[in-house]
Write a protein that binds this ligand. Structure first.
Ligand code: BG6
Length: 514
């Protein structure tokens, strides 16, 4: 699946932007430090503002110092890295200005035995994706001898129609197998670990179905509000920002069938089948399955924070959702009847992404006096910021009174890795450089995800579903509870990040069902 290391030039559009500073330069630096890319590589940053080479390199250095999991190497090792970084200011809308970019890329390639492999990374406003893909071709940058690849940040369109139009434009310059659509959740260690966990252990496969699993809960909660991203977020909301991509990707990883081979297309085929089986709701059913909310002012860590409508650049009567919860069904042989509860929101009490697989309960024996104390087995896959998993079981409490207590088998994925495990962007850039698109989204995945999301958006736009308030610092609108109570389910509390503790429902040594 992965090619061996080859020389390449990465052209990074949006090189002075926030993502480049926080994630992309630190990721590139970590790949270089860990020896994971060919010794001949170069990075050409493209931005709008005029900036000298030295100023740009200083900016790159500052962002690595601030955001990298690795400290900056002393002396020659650092010089080797930073000496490969160039900058050019372009008007990306004007194809004629691309000649300068082409010259810079070619000059770098001359120093690399004339090998010409090009990775274009679009970390730009989405409305520029199509234009830049086209202008790269018109500017003569895509007619190189070696490979060419295009990495595109999300969102890929804002609905099915716009995504199709964008795909059409891009396909005139890049073939589908050259397009790497990023969903950074797919680069997270523990999201990738779901596959390994499921397909390398005999333990799980026999019970990974509707006969043994009662429900699955997927949470991606954030403490941050909209920050300075209102101009994007106002048009996206949590549905397009998180559900269409990250939440559905996690669902696919949990639900997919074992692939026929551990190969890119075989894996992606199985993921796509999950989306094909996902029950799509009609507009008039949305209110029964999907809840939306928006945060109002509240307290976070003892500080009063603004409500969404009072944030900078947000319309005072905005009806953009900052929270979505939904009950989903994957109508195939394995999953029919199992509800998947998903929730994601901003300004919630904890930053946590986790998946709880709740198994069915054991049949009760007539004279078993501890029935009330026996809870369901849970497999909790913790994705971020804690990485690991915990299996909750029932066991006998040591002693003579035969008490049943919940116990936990706990695994931490990142506890022993100095500086933490590699960032999602490290893995994803590494894969793109080596031609492995397994953890990128294929066009059919994107289009099916929009087919699921679009009717929800339309129902909301038509006012068919109320927008509920929730106070900042809480777990979302109370209205969510009806989604779960129909199935007699409660959310499992998200565990504290620090030391190992049992979830609140288990803390008295018994399962309590609230
Ligand atoms: C991004 C969204 O894709 O994911 C952001 O645009 C969100 O709104 C972020 O904050 C969450 O990512 P992570 O890795 O911090 O869970």
């Amino acid at each position: 699946m992965r090619e061996s290391k080859q020389p390449f030039v990465m052209v990074l559009f949006g090189a002075t932007g926030d993502l480049a500073k926080r994630k992309l330069f630190p990721a590139l630096y970590a790949l270089y430090r860990d020896g994971l890319v060919h010794e001949h590589f170069a990075i050409v940053g493209v931005g709008r503002s005029e900036m000298g080479q030295a100023e740009f390199r200083k900016m790159v250095q500052d962002s690595i110092a601030k955001h990298s999991r690795l400290s900056i190497a002393e002396g020659q090792a650092w010089e080797n890295f930073i000496g490969r970084v160039d900058y050019v200011a372009l008007d990306v809308n004007n194809s004629e200005t691309y000649a300068l970019l082409r010259q810079m890329v070619e000059a770098r390639e001359k120093t690399m035995d004339d090998t010409s492999n090009r990775l274009f990374y679009l970390s730009l406003a989405p409305e520029l994706f199509g234009t830049v893909a086209t202008n790269l071709r018109l500017g003569g940058l895509t007619q190189n001898q070696g490979w060419k690849r295009l990495i595109i940040e999300k969102p890929f369109g804002k609905d099915l129609e716009s995504a199709r139009a964008l795909n059409e434009v891009i396909s005139q310059s890049f073939r589908e197998e050259e397009v790497y659509r990023i969903d950074h959740y797919l680069g997270k260690e523990m999201v990738q670990n779901i596959e390994m966990l499921r397909f390398t252990n005999m333990l799980f496969e026999p019970v990974w179905n509707n006969r043994y699993i009662d429900n699955v809960q997927i949470t991606a909660s954030e403490t941050l509000g909209v920050e300075d991203r209102a101009s994007y977020y106002e048009h996206s909301g949590a549905l397009r920002d998180m559900v269409q991509n990250h939440m559905l990707q996690m669902l696919m990883m949990v639900c997919m069938e074992p692939p026929s081979k551990f190969e890119t297309e075989a894996i992606r085929d199985e993921k796509v089948k999950v989306l094909r089986s996902l029950r799509r709701y009609a507009e008039d059913e949305i209110s029964q399955y999907v809840v939306r909310g928006q945060y109002t002012t509240g307290e976070m860590k003892g500080q009063q924070v603004l409500g969404y409508r009072d944030e900078a650049n947000v319309a005072p009567d905005s009806d953009t959702e900052t929270f979505v919860a939904a009950k989903l069904y994957v109508n195939n042989f394995r999953w029919s009847g199992v509800p998947f509860f998903i929730r994601t929101g901003k300004r919630m009490p904890k930053k946590a992404t986790e998946i709880v697989v709740q198994f069915k309960e054991v049949p009760l024996l007539n004279n078993f006096t501890h029935a009330g104390a026996v809870g369901p087995n849970l497999l909790v896959i913790r994705i971020h910021p804690m990485e690991g998993m915990t299996l909750y079981l029932n066991a006998k409490k040591p002693g003579t009174d035969d008490k049943v207590v919940p116990i936990a088998m706990d695994f931490c994925n990142n506890c022993d890795i100095e500086g933490g495990s590699p960032e999602a962007y490290e893995r994803l850039i590494h894969d793109a450089v080596h031609g492995d698109s397994t953890f990128f989204t294929r066009w059919d995945e994107v289009s099916l995800a929009w087919k699921f999301v679009d009717p929800i958006r339309r129902a909301w736009d038509k006012g068919l579903v109320p927008l509920h308030d929730y106070q900042a610092g809480t777990w979302g609108p109370k209205a969510v509870n009806f989604l779960l109570s129909e199935d007699d389910v409660n959310w499992w509390y998200v565990r504290d990040n620090e030391a190992f503790t049992l979830p609140a429902q288990m803390q008295d040594g018994v399962f309590s069902r609230r």
